[in-house]
Write a protein that binds this ligand. Sequence first.
Ligand SMILES: Nc1ncnc2c1ncn2[C@@H]1O[C@H](COP(=O)(O)OP(=O)(O)OP(=O)(O)O)[C@@H](O)[C@H]1O
Length: 453
Amino acid sequence: MAAISIIDDDAGFRDSLAETLTDFGHAVTAYDRAGPAITAIAATLPDLVFLDLRMPEIDGITALRAIRAAQPTARVVVLTAFATGDNTIDAMRLGAFDHLTKPVGRATLQTLLESALRHAEPQARAEPAAPGTIIGSSPAIRDVQKRIGLAAAGDASVLILGETGVGKELVAQAIHRFSARAAKPFIAVNCAAIPADLLESELFGHERGAFTGATTAQRGRFREADGGTLLLDEIGDMPLATQAKILRALQEREVTPLGGAPVKIDARIIAATHQNLQARVTSGQFRADLYYRLAVIPIEVPKLRDRGADILLLARHILNELRPAHPPTLTEAAERALLAYPWPGNVRELRNALERAASLTPSGVIDAADLALNPPVAPGAASAVATNLPQAVAATEIALIRAALISAQGNRTEAARALGISRQALYDRINRYGTAIMSDLPTPAVGNPDDEA
Ligand SMILES: Nc1ncnc2c1ncn2[C@@H]1O[C@H](COP(=O)(O)OP(=O)(O)OP(=O)(O)O)[C@@H](O)[C@H]1O
């Protein structure tokens, strides 16, 4: 039995949540306002708190801040009828355990309770997740986690798509690890890194003396993966001639080593690429029949910048991995910088930035400047922008919004009007880009109705 507090001004929701939690066997205390709840929680230290975001007097974010300040180990689940990227990010940044959208189903509640009550330690100090764990709780990464489960349950081919550094190989490893083949080998081949003339012998093997230099026989990657899983990474870069042979291997379930006879194979095939494979099919660079054979279960791994507050979960996970004994911490400004940066190199770039920052900050506290993230470049200023559309869009938005705010002397209503967007759309962008927009800008006059942000 756990001690659980609910803070929500909506009596109907509060009572039904309390009833369900009591049904599950927990001791529940419910509050209709944050003020008294904050005081009581600081004294009673419940195991878990459910906190509504929209409340009169003291809102949920302020309450979350107060609860976590009084009790840094508190596990707080934020509830809202209006989930937005920003309130999710804000809540997660302030240390919420999870962020749920109302209404909350019984099954969701049960899963959440299992994970929240299992960990006695607070999230920031939690044991590092096991290597290979797919970190993240954004809807985009949850979808990937679900598809990994689906793929692991069967033996169909999987095609993993996504930008460089998003974690495609990690996803392939997870599918293998959760599949019935887990005890057998997982073999990864980077098709782009092997010269075209060596690719076939690498994949299918060769007999001794099959060609000049073949002094010993080689089994080939397909056979090394026997009973297990073969990841064909960067398959989009594979020459057409090799594609034909891969297709044959998949159809016949056998390979023919150079200079040898056909051999039966039993490997589950996962392919991955950062290329737009459908476009390559259209342009004739990739075989359509192989594409359909591979894409039985397609999994698109989202860009890091589309994963919201996962960036912070990943950052903490990486810092835990880098310094398990004393993981460095991030200042609020550093967290804001991580959330605002567009991450063209995705999780790999995040790891590199944190590694560099951790090695340069012996104090163990990483600030925004230690991350040395280059703000998005101004439009037309650098060639990097020309090749990266999201970065170019971000840079353009930042430059235009800054200019509008400067000419409106910080008045956001006027700036929004000049930009031809709603005030809410302007606020969303200001929150998204943070200091990249706001540094050195004029502040609105005191008493200005715009001054509330
Ligand atoms: N969700 C995640 N949780 C934990 N670590 C992750 C996650 N996503 C990516 N990583 C880490 O990011 C790094 C890059 O991942 P990975 O090599 O799987 O990317 P990739 O998409 O295969 O890249 P490429 O296209 O360049 O081969 C690895 O260190 C990986 O462990």
